[in-house]
Design a protein around this ligand. Structure first.
Ligand SMILES: Cc1ncc(COP(=O)(O)O)c(C=O)c1O
Length: 376
């Protein structure tokens, strides 16, 4: 038998949200709703769907490996140069390419506890070390669910190649303020350290907080060692196509371009992305709908006695005491959410904000389980 690399031998696969068809098959259910992967529950706008249809007959050809037109559209949208844009088969791929391009065994990355798990997985793949810093209580949450940027900066050393910050974070839904980010950069400057700070802004378009701002602004003000990740999988409603991008220093991207797989973004995703980035009105409408549903769901959950972490995203982290058990029971009743054991949050489930109908079903089923438990 061929042997995997030592590191890979002990690797556990990423646990993805369970697909609807699989749950229908296993539990013999006719109707299943998925609120497990923080997708937009609505279809992409018509212009995007038309672009996909229009280019369906052209997929006999490879796409532009460099994705020039899409990079140009993204660069124009953010007011940066085309060379400041890097494309990936989802943000996930960009995280992995960053690790493959820069991390040696002796290097380390800094992440927050309960942060999106793919950063650590990427470092693990390269045998690099991950320093995990506990979260801090936040004035709003009081629950210790925010990246502690001060401690993350203080713990940086010469070996630190990347600091990963999910802002806002999945699975907690929490965010870091502008002043926390400034303080982090000041500490790094005092320490004369220059790691690349990767801001993962997958949920940027759902943020309402006034003291939040995108790290793209820091980059545009001239800060070099910044890489900002964005995705088309969330508000842009293109999760099924797999498309993400990064904005940052061309010197970093020039290296990433050398090692990325050729044609890593498809013809259909490039064409869809070009249309999607222009759909400002669609984004506005979806944001309004999701935020309004989030408020309603949050209120109902709190009235029903659940602790919910305040979220700047399209997900809610809900304390149900035994997350794995509730996750399983909801699955049996046709509602897919996520258990949070791998994030060391075993009391919680993570639920994505869906359509009003989906949210009603989720709440009905959760309350049913609560009632059953109370009657036991
Ligand atoms: C914080 C964060 N970053 C990145 C991703 C991956 O996104 P993509 O679909 O672009 O690979 C996710 C997906 O859930 C996420 O939550």
């Amino acid at each position: 038998m061929i042997k995997p690399r030592k590191t890979v031998k002990n690797f556990a696969p990423y646990i993805a949200g369970r697909p609807i068809e699989e749950i229908k098959r296993i539990y013999k259910l006719k109707k299943v709703i998925k609120l497990a992967s923080n997708e937009n529950p609505y279809p992409p706008p018509k212009s995007v769907q038309d672009a996909i249809k229009n280019y369906a007959g052209a997929v006999n050809r490879y796409p532009d490996s460099n994705g020039w037109q899409l990079k140009k559209a993204i660069a124009k949208n953010f007011g940066v140069k085309i060379s400041n844009v890097f494309l990936g088969n989802g943000t996930d791929e960009i995280i992995e390419i960053l690790a493959k391009a820069f991390l040696e065994k002796t290097d380390e990355i800094i992440v927050s506890k309960h942060a999106f798990i793919r950063y650590k997985m990427a470092a693990d793949l390269m045998d690099a070390k991950t320093k995990t810093i506990p979260m801090t209580p936040h004035q709003d949450t009081g629950g210790g669910f925010t990246h502690d940027l001060k401690k993350m900066a203080l713990s940086a050393t010469k070996k630190t190649k990347f600091i990963f910050i999910a802002n806002p974070n999945n699975p907690t839904g929490t965010y870091n303020t502008n002043s926390e980010i400034k303080e982090m950069f000041e500490i790094l400057k005092k320490k004369k350290l220059n790691p690349v700070v990767v801001f993962d802004e997958a949920y940027h378009d759902f943020v309402e907080a006034k003291d939040y701002s995108s790290a793209i602004n820091y980059f545009k003000k001239g800060m070099k060692n910044i890489c900002v990740l964005r995705t088309f999988s969330k508000i842009f409603a293109l999760a099924g196509l797999r498309l993400g991008f990064a904005i940052g220093d061309e010197k970093i991207f020039e290296i990433l371009e050398r090692i990325r797989p050729p044609f890593n973004t498809t013809l259909l995703s490039q064409k869809a992305g070009i249309c999607a980035i222009r759909e400002k009105n669609y984004i506005k409408i979806i944001k309004k709908r999701i935020l309004s549903e989030k408020k309603k769901l949050l209120k109902k959950l709190e009235i029903s006695g659940f602790e919910v972490i305040p979220s700047q995203t399209n997900l809610l982290l809900v304390n149900v005491k035994n997350g794995r058990s509730v996750f399983k029971k909801l699955l049996e009743r046709g509602v897919i959410v996520r258990a949070m054991d791998e994030y060391e949050l075993p009391q919680y489930i993570r639920v994505t904000i869906g359509t009003p109908h989906e949210n009603r079903i989720f709440l009905r089923e959760l309350l049913h389980l609560k009632k059953m438990k109370n009657e036991e």
